[in-house]
Design a protein around this ligand. Structure first.
Ligand SMILES: Nc1ncnc2c1ncn2[C@@H]1O[C@H](COP(=O)(O)OP(=O)(O)OP(=O)(O)O)[C@@H](O)[C@H]1O
Ligand SMILES: [Mg+2]
Length: 314
């Protein structure tokens, strides 16, 4: 059974007096296996939140099919097995941390007698025991997000949706949130994460999908998205002559030169060695060769804009 299965999903919003139409999702196909941390990436307005809202029944699809945990999303009973941390959530500031957890447990129909123990465990999991009796208005952004994560888990869900969980949180707080998300996975939960913080996603997600203007652009493991070719930067001691540049770019695909630097993209180290032979034959001194790893950000920028990311700059 898939944790999430979406087929030809389309969402068109109509808004304003003129009922202007916005296509938020074009015709989306997506499958998420159980037990993974799945990252959905995309620029602002890509349709990430819309997808989560459809899966949770907060907004309705226009066309297509969607299942979660093996059930059609029209079966609202399935939402008992789902947790959700909304983007830019606003819990009542006058409530205390532990009250929020009680409130959402009751709202979600938690019916086991161990609720107090569960709340204690969750406060411990998100390291908020010390602040359980403090009002939310006194919480930092990181603390609010940690209570939000505990809230998303209060009904012991099988599938957890987190919409930008680390947005606005400092690096230390983000690390704490990443650790909590990893513990959710260790606990057997499936985590579906929306984010535009690529470095975060790179660190914790098993698979990622990139959405742009409502369309799925690519999908795979982080490794698959970042491991195209290795990129080598070769720095020389003196400027390259035009003749050499032409010879080099003519002989090696994926090679770019500027005054004293050569950037070469290849999977094949023997090609790199042939390039070095060519440089040496020209009696140029190599000052430095560095291998650059493509980051998810490089791949993302390339996918979204059609241009190369920072590693492509010569
Ligand atoms: N209730 C709505 N009515 C009309 N248009 C909407 C509504 N909600 C979202 N949209 C539009 O749908 C598109 C997708 O929005 P969505 O919020 O899903 O994007 P997102 O990827 O979550 O963006 P962000 O990274 O900014 O959170 C956008 O063009 C947005 O303006
Ligand atoms: Mg969003």
């Amino acid at each position: 059974m898939n944790a999430i299965e979406v087929k030809s999903l389309r969402k068109v919003y109509s808004s304003g007096i003129r009922q202007k139409e916005v296509v938020a999702l074009q015709s989306l196909d997506l499958t998420v296996d159980p037990g993974v941390i799945y990252g959905l990436l995309g620029p602002n307005g890509a349709g990430k939140t819309t997808l989560i809202k459809i899966l949770l029944g907060i907004t309705h699809k226009t066309l297509g099919e969607a299942n979660i945990l093996g059930e059609d999303i029209s079966n609202y009973q399935i939402r008992k097995k789902v947790g959700y941390l909304a983007e830019n959530h606003k819990y009542p500031p006058f409530m205390k941390g532990e009250e929020i957890l009680h409130f959402f447990a009751q709202l979600g129909g938690y019916d086991k007698p161990d609720l107090d123990q569960r709340i204690n465990d969750l406060l411990k999991l998100v390291d908020m025991e010390k602040w359980r009796k403090t009002k939310l208005k006194n919480y930092s952004k990181g603390m609010l997000q940690r209570i939000g994560l505990a809230q998303a888990l209060v009904n012991d869900p099988e599938l957890v949706f987190l919409d930008e969980p680390t947005d606005g949180v400092d690096p230390l707080g983000r690390k704490e949130i990443r650790d909590i998300i990893k513990r959710m996975k260790d606990d057997g939960k499936t985590v579906f994460l929306n984010s535009h913080l690529l470095s975060e996603v790179e660190l914790i997600c098993d698979r990622v999908a990139v959405l742009n203007k409502g369309e799925l652009i690519t999908e795979g493991t982080v490794g698959e998205l970042t491991s195209d070719n290795d990129e080598y930067k070769i720095t020389l001691d003196s400027p390259l002559e035009e003749e050499f540049k032409q010879k080099a770019t003519g002989s090696f695909a994926g090679l770019k030169c500027n005054r004293t630097k050569i950037i070469f993209s290849t999977k094949d180290s023997s090609e790199l060695n042939s390039l070095i032979d060519l440089i040496r034959r020209e009696e140029k001194q190599i000052m430095e060769i560095t291998k650059q790893k493509r980051t998810l950000e490089d791949s993302f920028l390339e996918i979204i804009t059609g241009k190369e990311g920072k590693n492509g700059d010569v």
